[in-house]
Design a protein around this ligand. Structure first.
Ligand SMILES: [Zn+2]
Length: 438
């Protein structure tokens, strides 16, 4: 509505922010990273206007600005991958954080390659600003690294700790060829999907050395302990310990990205780094809606792990497997607009490691039977599997199979998450949640 009445609303409001805007975009992790960065910038003394409720298209950003720009001095916006061009053009950002591009809902976005090319045009356009933004880029994603190649004003971030490497690129890995010369890339270390330590055997493209990196990560049942390295005031590296309730190496990337962006902002606005305070508020930042959030249901718990695309689900499977004992799992697959209507991605998920650990598996959602077919082909013991397309019934079945004191791990697609959350709210287990965009 606002954009219809005032098509330039975003540009007008954003231009009034004394410290300008920061944008965060990625296929996976942008909501969590924006939450972490919001905490980090607030504790550093900025008055923030932000769209932390996941409304990440231009109209959501316009609504956030309308509500909060008058008393704010800095904008922080999570931006949908496909909306980056228009949001960047209207906000003229000071800091742009680009984290990863994975295959996701191709029916909506077109090929990954096209998206990378679009992002390159966005960065070229921003480079022409009188004050080009600082780019905070993931050195471990070859596509993102290619976007920063040859540019100034880049702060690279990454994960240096190799101890959580997986043997091979997963089925879901996307960026396998060099964007400079087209040769197949060599991955020395694979950490998440195609994120890792890489180089091109044919040209001089190689993983940039990150200025901000996780040098040590200990994953714990309740999150992680990280040692983070960043450039100190004299340029010499400084180490910082961060404890976080966010699980998995994919969240290590989110933490490092958020810290790198807060570092870049302080550098840009010539304010002192507030590293210990930032570490403290990050430790208090709990998982975002559905991203590892835990809900108490009587004498049991449900952990909600949003299932959007193969790389994200592979991370969730790794997180689930890191818990001891037999596992109870509920997977819900819908194919509505916000989920992506092509469900073939479930064939690219490495579900198989779950098989030997399962006590119960419940399959649900509009496309529950597609899941059943996938698990059957994966060689799962179908005697342990219950199929119930209705999410309310499926939840009851899965909870009944979960022993008291244990956790049910739920992997829903976006609209299935809203369905599940609706049932839990109705039963008084969670606070109501309102969201207008995906
Ligand atoms: Zn090359």
């Amino acid at each position: 509505m606002l954009l219809k009445l005032r098509p330039n609303a975003v540009a007008e409001y954003a231009a009034g922010l004394p410290h300008g805007s920061m944008l965060v975009s990625a296929t996976n992790g942008k909501t969590t990273t924006t939450r972490l960065l919001a905490a980090a910038t607030r504790v550093a003394g900025y008055d923030l206007v932000t769209n932390t409720e996941g409304s990440n298209l231009e109209r959501g950003i316009a609504a956030a600005l309308l509500k909060g720009s008058r008393c704010a001095d800095l904008g922080l916006f999570e931006v949908d991958e496909a909306a980056l061009a228009s949001v960047a053009a209207s906000t003229r950002p000071q800091v742009v954080v680009l984290m990863n591009l994975f295959r996701d809902q191709l029916d909506r976005y077109g090929e990954l390659e096209t998206l990378v090319d679009k992002w390159r045009d966005v960065l070229d356009d921003l480079q022409a600003q009188s004050e080009p933004p600082t780019l905070v880029l993931n050195a471990d994603d070859p596509n993102i690294a290619a976007l920063g190649r040859g540019r100034r004003n880049v702060v690279w971030f990454g994960v240096d700790d190799k101890s959580h490497a997986i043997g091979n690129r997963e089925h879901a890995a996307d960026a396998t060829t060099c964007r400079h010369c087209g040769a197949p890339l060599n991955h020395r270390v694979v950490l998440v999907g195609h994120l890792g330590h890489w180089d091109c055997p044919n040209c001089d493209s190689t993983r940039p050395t990150p200025a901000v990196s996780a040098t040590k990560i200990d994953l714990t049942p309740h999150g992680q302990q990280m040692t983070l390295r960043y450039p100190g005031p004299a340029g010499s590296p400084v180490e910082l310990a961060i404890a976080s309730p966010l699980p998995g190496v994919h969240n290590s990337y989110n933490i490092v990205a958020a810290f790198a962006a807060s570092w870049a902002l302080a550098d840009r606005t010539s304010r002192p780094q507030q590293a210990p305070a930032v570490a403290r508020v990050m430790a208090e930042t709990k998982p975002a809606f559905g991203r590892g959030e835990v809900v108490d249901v009587d004498d049991k718990q449900i952990q909600l792990l949003l299932a959007k695309n193969p790389t994200g689900v592979n991370q969730n499977v790794r997180t689930i497997l890191s818990n001891p004992g037999e596992l109870n799992v509920l997977v819900l697959l819908n194919d509505r607009t916000a989920d992506g209507q092509d469900v073939s991605w479930i064939w690219d998920v490495d579900w198989e490691p779950l098989d030997s650990r399962l006590s119960s598996l419940t399959l649900s959602g509009d496309r529950a039977w597609d899941l059943a077919l996938r698990f059957r082909y994966g060689g799962f013991d179908m005697d342990n599997v219950t199929v119930s397309p209705d999410p309310t019934k499926a939840l009851d079945i899965a909870l009944a199979a979960t022993p008291a004191g244990n956790t049910l791990y739920a992997l829903p697609t976006y609209t299935a998450m809203l369905d599940l959350r609706g049932v839990l709210t109705q039963r008084g287990h969670t606070a109501a949640y309102w969201s207008t965009d995906r």
